[in-house]
Design a protein around this ligand. Structure first.
Ligand SMILES: Nc1ncnc2c1ncn2[C@@H]1O[C@H](COP(=O)(O)OP(=O)(O)OP(=O)(O)O)[C@@H](O)[C@H]1O
Ligand SMILES: [Mg+2]
Length: 144
């Protein structure tokens, strides 16, 4: 898999198979970007939860994965978009155990906990966009 900082991976999400694929692509990108093993797993898990929500609540959507580079740190960015029903109360949905589907209500709060940045934009009847990022510091380059 070829990946550079300027490239994006766009993943359609509408089935269990797509959820598994998005999870795997996230892990691959995290490994490629030299995230620690534990972070690779956390990123993959967060992607999986957000992808599962797309399929459950919006039926279909997309997940974009990309690397964002800053002078001192490198971020793995996940953007999940759907045109589903939207979330009535985002603050409530981010609380532990809130569910409208007899789930555990732990997908959103769990993903927020394991990622560094987490933002939800949602409009009833229009859809939901979740942007989440995990950062790692760049290793210092030895002075010559
Ligand atoms: N993409 C989405 N579109 C519309 N509503 C959503 C979306 N994602 C989450 N929600 C709403 O937010 C609630 C909380 O989501 P969360 O993932 O935390 O829990 P859950 O899906 O109910 O259970 P689980 O712990 O199994 O994930 C959902 O029950 C649903 O009402
Ligand atoms: Mg969920």
């Amino acid at each position: 898999m070829k990946m550079t900082g300027s490239e994006e991976t766009l993943l359609p999400v509408s089935s269990d198979q797509d959820i598994i694929k998005a999870r795997q692509k996230g892990r691959d990108l995290a490994a490629w970007a030299d995230f620690a093993l534990v972070d690779q797993t956390l990123i993959a898990t967060a992607i999986s939860e957000i992808a599962r929500n797309i399929v459950t609540y919006a039926r279909r959507g997309t997940i974009v994965l990309r690397i964002e580079e800053e002078p001192d740190r490198l971020g793995l960015v996940v953007i999940a978009c759907d045109e589903g029903p939207g979330i009535r109360d985002v603050a409530q949905a981010l609380g532990d155990h809130y569910t409208t589907s007899h789930g555990l209500g732990m997908g959103l709060p769990g993903a927020r906990r394991v990622m560094d940045d987490f933002a939800i934009e949602s409009k009833l009847g229009e859809g939901t966009r979740i942007t989440m990022k995990k950062w790692r510091t760049k290793q210092a380059v030895p002075q010559s």
